[in-house]
Design a protein around this ligand. Structure first.
Ligand code: NAP
Ligand code: F7E
Length: 319
């Protein structure tokens, strides 16, 4: 019989790709989803997998739901992907963000300690934890100091620290993947890659004329979600629990992305992109470029998708 994996946040971008990856490898996949008044759209990303996964209702804020699932399933591996994952929105709903992204992880760890102490835990940590900190070579890596600049980043740093603490104090197999931005056709519509690509396509078809954005000068290290979920499994199947940066090592500005996407559609972004202060954040992380040498060396991981291929796949999807 295959290994049993429990994925929180299974209905999200990464949850859906990770489910496909683990099913391909012969895992049994269990997940939970929150109650939502519009059930029709909630499971869109995993619709084609519903016959192959065991999906129950659950919420990171409701420890009883975590307890019940762990007692029933006793999973070998737990992937904690559930989060309020939008950085700007974390300034609008800071308490919900901190409860889910920080205290939710505490709920999970406490439940694992009692109900499934042998399960391995992957925590979806984030490059947003670095804030505006980088090393002398302009890169971020596992040892770079972390000074987050958003409620989202602060909550993720709390849960990152808890994972390390429970690893040492209670000998849990608990690991952090410090993932830089990763995208795909399944990325939510209000993240900048999807927002630019989807709206540029609408502009090219004459359906709209303007795209409103915030800060065009920040830089991000963008990879493909499919590559990054492979890394999650490698992290849990390493011989010991540890923390790993997953990134591409290349960085581009939001303005670069606009230029590339609009020119692929034979358009000039300057004719269509307008700045709306509504999308500018109270504080901004201005530069990300990750050094994933440790993951390459220890896990044998490297990205298969180039930036160009990622953009082309997303463009093709929206076209
Ligand atoms: P996503 O598409 O926003 O998915 C997040 C998932 O979490 C959704 O299934 C969501 O369910 C669920 N969720 C939210 N609040 C919950 C709660 N209180 N209880 C249970 N489930 C809850 O995010 P993603 O891009 O797949 O990212 C996956 C994880 O990696 C997140 O933890 C994110 O913070 C982290 N991360 C992402 C990136 C990236 O670039 N994508 C980089 C670094 C780290 P609903 O659909 O019902 O809201
Ligand atoms: O913004 C700028 C914005 O929302 C990227 C999450 O997956 O990655 C993601 O967080 C940049 C920022 O991603 C708009 O100011 C300009 O500088 O696509 P984003 P993010 O904030 O980097 C990290 C690693 C995570 O962990 C998170 O979960 O783009 N930007 N104009 C804009 N961003 C948005 N969303 N919308 C705009 O109109």
């Amino acid at each position: 019989m295959g290994k049993k994996a429990f994925i929180t946040g299974i209905t999200g971008q990464d949850g859906s790709y990770l489910t496909e990856h683990l099913l391909d490898l012969g895992y049994e996949v269990y997940g939970f989803a929150r109650r939502n008044s519009v059930t029709e759209h909630q499971q869109t990303r995993i619709e084609n997998l519903m016959n192959n996964v065991d999906l129950t209702y659950g919420d990171m804020l409701d420890q009883s739901s975590i307890d019940k699932l762990l007692k029933r399933v006793n999973p070998d591996e737990i992937y904690n992907l559930a989060a309020q994952s939008h950085v700007r929105i974390s300034f609008d709903v800071p308490q919900f963000t901190v409860q889910t992204n920080a205290l939710g992880v505490l709920n999970l760890l406490e439940s694992v300690k009692i109900n499934a102490p042998n399960a391995k835990i992957y925590q979806a940590s984030s490059s947003e934890m670095f804030g505006n900190s980088r090393d002398a070579d302009n890169m971020q890596r596992e040892t770079t100091p972390m000074h987050p600049v958003s409620p989202y980043g602060c909550a993720k740093l709390f849960s990152y620290s808890l994972i390390r603490n429970y690893r040492k104090a209670f000998k849990l197999f608990a690991s952090n993947g410090i993932l830089f931005n990763h995208e795909s056709p399944r990325r939510g519509a209000n993240f900048v890659t999807t927002k630019i690509i989807k709206n540029a396509v609408l502009i090219s078809k004459g359906k709209i004329n303007t795209l409103e954005l915030g800060n065009l000068d920040s830089k991000r290290d963008w990879g493909h979600s499919k590559d990054y979920v492979r890394a999650m499994r490698l992290i849990l199947n390493h011989t010991e629990p540890d923390d790993f940066v997953i990134s591409t090592g290349e960085t581009k500005s939001i303005r670069d992305l606009c230029k590339i996407v609009f020119s692929k559609l034979n358009l000039n972004y300057e004719d269509h992109v307008k700045i709306n202060p509504k999308y500018v954040r109270p504080d901004e992380l201005s530069y990300l470029c990750g050094d994933c040498s440790k993951s390459k060396k220890i896990l044998g991981w490297k990205p298969k998708y180039s930036f160009e291929e990622l953009v082309d796949e997303m463009l093709e999807y929206f076209l």
